[in-house]
Write a protein that binds this ligand. Structure first.
Ligand code: URA
Length: 237
């Protein structure tokens, strides 16, 4: 239901508790009930079409929001902010964040209704580039950039930038092919640079082209050429 944009997971949970969902004529008691390919799902007595189109949204994440389900302490989650700004026709999908950005990081974050897009973009084997720009607390020198490209040791092994370019006295651009936890911050710390601000400008061939807090839907062609993800025909959720 979430993939097909009919009910978000929370809405599904509430609908199940209220006995509004049937599968093959039987009222469902668990929102994780398994479906067969030919199962008929009804909501309020009406059969719901479960075919879905793969959708991807680009979002300019502001600083302060967390990429997690809940945020009891801070400014809220990116999901709260996204759902609030979506029109009715996009509000009932189960949106998955494609990878994570730290609370303080700004920039391009993708959302999708299809977990396979998440797997594709985040798998190291896909070799999809992520371009970051970091403002540092110290002056960046060519030796820093060289070390980041040669490889530095962080707690979970060696990490290497595929390119590193000095943009200003205290600003460096890094392109990474993977996305380990806090990777940019840890790599810069490994060469004794501290991160004052971190921003993601691009994922694969997709450049951030939105004001802070705004989102837009990507075209099929952007998903194909920007993310290297081949679209299949619409599927059944
Ligand atoms: N690397 C980090 O350290 N933080 C991010 O948010 C993204 C990449």
């Amino acid at each position: 239901l979430g993939r097909a944009g009919i009910l978000t997971p929370t809405e599904t949970e509430l609908a199940v508790r209220a006995g509004r969902i049937k599968v093959d004529g039987v009222v469902v008691e668990d929102s994780l009930t398994a479906l067969r390919p030919d199962s008929v799902v009804e909501l309020d007595g009406r059969t719901v079409p479960l075919s879905y189109r793969r959708l991807v949204l680009a979002y300019h994440k502001p600083a302060g929001l967390i990429v997690a389900g809940t945020d009891p302490e801070g400014d809220g989650t990116v999901f709260d902010a996204l759902y609030r700004s979506l029109p009715e026709e996009l509000r009932h999908f189960h949106w998955h964040a494609v990878g994570r950005l730290d609370r303080a990081t700004t920039g391009l974050l993708l959302f999708t209704n299809d977990e396979r897009v998440v797997q594709h973009v985040t798998a190291p084997a896909t070799h999809l580039s992520k371009r970051y720009v970091a403002e540092t607390g110290e002056r960046v020198r060519p030796s820093h950039a060289d070390a980041l490209v040669s490889g530095v040791l962080i707690d979970d092994g060696e990490a290497r930038a595929s390119s590193a370019a000095i943009r200003a006295e205290q600003e460096i651009e890094l392109v990474l092919m993977e996305g380990r936890y806090h990777q940019v911050r840890r790599m810069l710390n490994a060469v004794r640079l501290t991160v004052v601000r971190l921003h993601r400008e691009a994922v694969g061939g997709l450049q951030l082209d939105l004001p802070v807090g705004a989102w837009r839907q990507l075209s099929d062609d952007e998903i194909r050429s920007g993310l290297g993800f081949d679209l299949e025909p619409a599927r059944r959720a």
